[in-house]
Design a protein. Structure first.
Length: 247
C-alpha cells in the first residue's frame, strides 16, 4: 500500500505539535516551581517583618519616654531574635548606652535600699538613726553600722555586733579602707556593756563616708577572733537622716 505524502506530513505536524506541548508543559512546571517557593517564603517573611517592625516602634517609644528598663528588654529581644535585620542594626547603635544607664539606676536603688532611717523615743529623749548591715559577713553574723542623733546624747557613730561584741582596750584603732584607701579609725567600747564599738571622730567618719562607696574594716570579736567587715555605704542619703532638737 502506498502512503499518501499528504497524510505523512499531517502525521509529522501532529507529532511535532505533541512534542511542543510536552516541552511547554515541562517549562511551565519548571517555572511555576520557583514562583510557588517564593510565595511561601514571602508568606513566612511577612509576619516576621511585621513583628520586628512592631518591636522597633516600641523600642523607639521607650527611648522617647526615657524608660531605660523597658527599652533594654525590648532592644535585647530584637537583637537576639532578629540579629540580621535593619532593626537590629538600628537598636545596636543605642542599646549599650541604654543598658548601662539602667544598670547604674538598678545599682543605685540597691545601695539605697540597704539603709534604714528611723526616728523615735529613746531613754528619755528622741533618737534619729541611719543604719545598714554588713554585706559581708551576712546572715546571723552581720554587724550593723549606726549613725545616731539623740536629744540628750548628741551625735555618735557605732557598730553593733552579734554575741558579746568587740575586743578593744581603751582607745583602740580599727584598720579600715575607704574605697581601697587606708583610713584607720580610733574607737572605744561603751561603758554600759552593750556588744557595740564607737568611732571616736563621728563627724570625720560621716564626712568621709559620704564620699565613699565601700568601707572595709578589720575588727576582733570576743566570740570569733578577727573578722573582716564590708559595708556598702554608697546609697546613703543625708537628707533622710532627720535632725532632732536638743532637749
Amino acid at each position: 500500500m502506498i502512503r499518501s505524502p499528504f497524510r505523512r506530513s499531517v502525521t509529522l505536524v501532529a507529532a511535532c505539535g505533541l512534542l511542543s506541548l510536552a516541552a511547554c508543559s515541562q517549562q511551565d512546571q519548571g517555572s511555576s516551581q520557583p514562583a510557588s517557593s517564593a510565595s511561601a517564603s514571602d508568606a513566612q517573611a511577612s509576619p516576621q517583618n511585621s513583628q520586628v517592625n512592631d518591636e522597633l516602634q516600641s523600642y523607639r517609644k521607650m527611648l522617647q519616654l526615657k524608660n531605660d528598663e523597658m527599652a533594654s528588654q525590648v532592644g535585647d529581644d530584637i537583637v537576639k531574635r532578629f540579629p540580621n535585620t535593619d532593626a537590629a542594626k538600628e537598636v545596636q547603635q543605642t542599646l549599650p548606652a541604654v543598658e548601662q544607664r539602667w544598670k547604674d539606676v538598678t545599682e543605685k536603688r540597691r545601695l539605697a535600699a540597704l539603709w534604714t532611717y528611723q526616728v523615735g523615743p529613746m531613754e528619755g529623749g528622741t533618737q534619729s538613726t541611719a543604719s545598714l548591715f554588713t554585706t559581708f559577713p551576712s546572715g546571723d553574723n552581720q554587724v550593723r553600722l549606726v549613725l545616731r542623733r539623740h536629744t540628750k546624747w548628741g551625735q555618735s557613730v557605732f557598730m553593733f555586733g552579734p554575741g558579746h561584741g568587740f575586743v578593744c582596750k581603751g582607745n583602740c584603732t580599727i584598720q579600715a579602707d575607704f574605697d581601697g584607701k587606708p583610713h584607720p579609725l580610733r574607737a572605744f567600747l561603751p561603758t554600759t556593756g552593750e556588744p557595740a564599738i564607737f568611732i571616736r571622730d563621728d563627724k570625720g567618719f560621716i564626712d568621709a563616708m559620704e564620699k565613699t562607696k565601700r568601707i572595709t574594716m578589720n575588727v576582733e570579736l570576743q566570740d570569733g577572733g578577727k573578722q573582716k567587715l564590708v559595708f556598702e555605704v554608697g546609697g546613703y542619703d543625708p537628707g533622710k537622716w532627720s535632725e532632732v532638737g536638743k532637749k
